[in-house]
Design a protein around this ligand. Structure first.
Ligand SMILES: Cc1cc2nc3c(=O)[nH]c(=O)nc-3n(C[C@H](O)[C@H](O)[C@H](O)COP(=O)(O)OP(=O)(O)OC[C@H]3O[C@@H](n4cnc5c(N)ncnc54)[C@H](O)[C@@H]3O)c2cc1C
Length: 459
């Protein structure tokens, strides 16, 4: 880990002897060789680093904790460029100021979700939404629209009301809902493309307790019936996750066996004040200090207007079943289809943006996730399942207005992205201002967003 004072030295050392820092995401399939891992000690240090690198046009990839399935955090590999290429982490920026008078918290980019949740809890405060796990960096999570489940709750990013961001020349921009409301819509979910966010301010609320109820449902291969039943349950429960149906890999038949039951959980406010309890199998919505089990897996997650949910979930499941004969790689273990909901919003690059919805739609989105879990960490199986995962969007995207999670393997097609993110041109105008020399982009951003002015960022 080095601060900016060592950066020039590093560049020189690299020029003379060659040096490298290899970046991996959480399950090692996203990787790249950079020149160094830079961790500025504070915002000024980060700004100086950017100023120096702007002159050279270095490639700079800011990362959180690499807890994603997509290529967002992939740096420009040393082998592809003659310019310096860096991984930058703002992990040292750990300031925190709690403002109970207006129920906001301002904190540095170094805060991880779990640490922040604990710190807020100690102050009887909490934020509104969490993903299944809490290992992400807070800004890393917000920057891709991380969410839990709740028809009346927005994603993590929707809580942001202000931030400080450095552009590629090291210039600081302070953005807030009060003074630049429109620009906030671009920066809440910025995909690392708009600069280094050094600090954010979020709305918080007094901590309150939620009671979690889990119930078992019978599975049936009449998927339409099953998902229609789930759609009805979503009308009854605002915060609900359906964990299933589950399919187990049968080595003999080379097919998926549908488990007889699956379950759903819903959360509702409670006045119970006794000891809290935590289930180990599923850790959503701040259920407690639990740790989820870990193995390689492929995953897709699509956001679909809830009105289309039952039909879409049926067709997603049927499509997966029809593709089973090609799942020849070893070590398949289980396939789980998971369902959540989320309130739509007004953030340019949010997967639940409501810009192109027909007026008769509610603005609530259903989330369909498919997880292909393995019994053994094997890359051939991972890649086989990822390849299949990429095929759902071209097949169902247009039909159901489906939007992929930014960090869960979306197929690169800028034409489709433009259609489901109508504010993409506004986002790209800010991107060009923030990063005129295309130092923050990588292949994923250029191809997904169709950043034409960065088409030749490697030359
Ligand atoms: C096992 C698993 C379970 C998951 N469960 C959920 C879930 O329940 N719900 C859900 O919505 N998602 C879920 N995710 C996805 C995860 O929440 C997102 O991928 C999240 O973005 C990861 O956060 P991170 O800190 O690791 O960020 P990274 O992956 O490191 O970075 C994400 C993006 O943020 C940018 N970034 C990071 N820091 C900064 C900064 N300071 N300034 C500007 N840009 C920055 C990066 O450039 C990148 O574009 C899951 C992922 C995994 C692997």
């Amino acid at each position: 880990m080095v601060g900016h004072n060592l950066t020039i030295l590093l560049v020189l050392v690299h020029a003379v002897f060659g040096s490298a820092y290899r970046w991996f995401n959480w399950q090692y399939e996203v990787t790249c060789e950079s020149d160094a891992y830079i961790a500025p000690v504070d915002e000024d240090d980060a700004a100086k680093f950017l100023q120096e690198q702007f002159a050279v046009g270095s490639h700079i990839k800011v990362v959180g904790n690499g807890h994603g399935f997509g290529n967002l955090t992939q740096c420009v590999d040393q082998t592809l460029t003659n310019k310096p290429t860096y991984i930058v982490s703002l992990t040292n920026l750990k300031d925190l100021n709690i403002h109970k008078d207006n129920m906001t918290v301002t904190f540095g980019a170094g805060w991880d979700v779990d640490d922040l949740a604990q710190e807020l809890k100690a102050n009887n405060l909490s934020f509104n939404n969490l993903g299944v796990e809490r290992v992400q960096n807070f800004i890393g999570a917000a920057s891709t629209g991380t969410h839990g489940s709740g028809s009346n709750i927005g994603n993590i990013a929707s809580q942001i009301i202000g931030l400080r961001v450095l552009d590629s020349q090291g210039n600081l921009r302070v953005i807030s809902e009060e003074t630049n409301a429109e620009e906030m819509k671009a920066f809440r979910i910025s995909l690392g493309a708009l600069g280094l966010i050094t600090e954010i301010t979020i709305k918080v609320q007094p901590t309150y307790r939620l009671k979690k109820t889990t119930k078992v449902l019978n599975a049936t291969s009449d998927y339409s019936q099953m998902y229609t039943q789930i759609a009805e349950l979503y009308k009854e429960h605002d915060r609900m996750t359906v964990w299933g149906p589950h399919f187990d890999w049968n080595d003999e038949t080379q097919d998926w066996d549908l488990e007889a039951t699956y379950f759903y959980s819903y959360w509702e406010p409670t006045d119970y004040m006794g000891a809290s309890n935590c289930t180990l199998n599923y850790c959503a919505n701040g259920c407690g200090d639990c740790v989820c089990s870990r193995q390689f897996y492929a995953e897709i997650e699509h956001f679909i207007p809830i009105e289309y949910y039952a039909e879409a979930a049926t067709n997603y499941t049927l499509f997966q079943q029809s593709q089973t004969p090609r799942m020849k790689a070893p070590y398949n273990q289980q396939m789980v289809i998971q369902h959540r909901t989320l309130k739509g919003d007004d953030t340019y690059m949010s997967p639940v943006n409501t810009y192109n919805l027909k007026p008769e739609l509610s603005g609530i989105f259903a989330i369909i996730e498919i997880d292909w879990l393995q019994e053994y960490d094997n890359f051939a199986t991972l890649w086989q399942n990822q390849e299949l995962a990429f095929e759902f969007l071209p097949r169902f995207g247009e039909i159901y207005n489906a939007r992929p999670h930014w960090n869960k393997m979306n197929a690169p097609n800028a034409t489709y992205i433009q259609k489901i993110f109508p504010k993409l041109p506004e986002f790209l105008a800010i991107q060009q201002r923030q990063d005129p020399k295309c130092q923050f982009v990588n292949d994923f951003l250029v191809s997904q967003l169709g950043i034409t002015h960065c088409a030749h960022y490697l030359s």
